[in-house]
Design a protein around this ligand. Structure first.
Ligand SMILES: Cc1cc2nc3c(=O)[nH]c(=O)nc-3n(C[C@H](O)[C@H](O)[C@H](O)COP(=O)(O)O)c2cc1C
Length: 141
């Protein structure tokens, strides 16, 4: 019926103005709650090249990826995810939209006839431009 895909980064992050090391990323925590409540499987969208551990290095890395319109490589998502009609896709807001790895994933697949529920964690900017970006990238969903 439904499945969840989440992009989330553990490690150093800025929490209420302080650098803190998170064992589990914020969006991953939310995705796990959703998976439990909806009783549906959860898959992760992981980069082939691991993200920088340091928050500041991560911010710079993501800035460059965005400026270059990069399509970073990601690890294979199990085929079971694509069999479902209702897809939840979770991500952090990075520089005003979804991380470029989500752009790579959306570009590589067709979502005809699927219903996508995006969900996002952020530090104040909400979804930013990500909902518009979803509509542009997978207009058939
Ligand atoms: C590279 C980077 C860019 C970010 N850009 C934004 C932003 O533009 N707006 C915002 O509200 N939060 C921004 N944040 C904060 C994250 O969206 C927030 O910490 C999120 O919960 C992280 O999710 P995660 O732990 O699942 O990776 C950014 C964080 C990082 C690491």
């Amino acid at each position: 019926m439904a499945a969840i895909l989440v992009c989330s980064r553990a490690g150093e992050n800025l929490i209420e103005g302080q650098l803190k090391k998170l064992g589990i990323g914020n969006t991953q925590i939310l995705a796990e709650k959703l998976s439990e409540q909806l009783q549906c499987p959860l898959y992760t969208l992981d980069p082939v090249e691991p993200y920088p551990e340091s928050y500041r290095a991560m911010v710079e890395h993501a800035k460059k990826e965005k400026a270059a319109n990069d399509f970073p490589r990601y690890q294979t998502v199990p085929s079971a995810f694509f069999k479902e009609r209702i897809l939840f896709v979770g991500f952090p807001n990075w520089w005003g939209s979804y991380p470029r790895i989500v752009a790579s994933f959306l570009k590589d697949h067709h979502f005809d006839g699927k219903i996508i529920f995006p969900f996002c964690t952020h530090e104040g900017s909400g979804f930013g431009n990500s909902l518009e970006d979803f509509k542009k990238t997978c207009p058939e969903a």
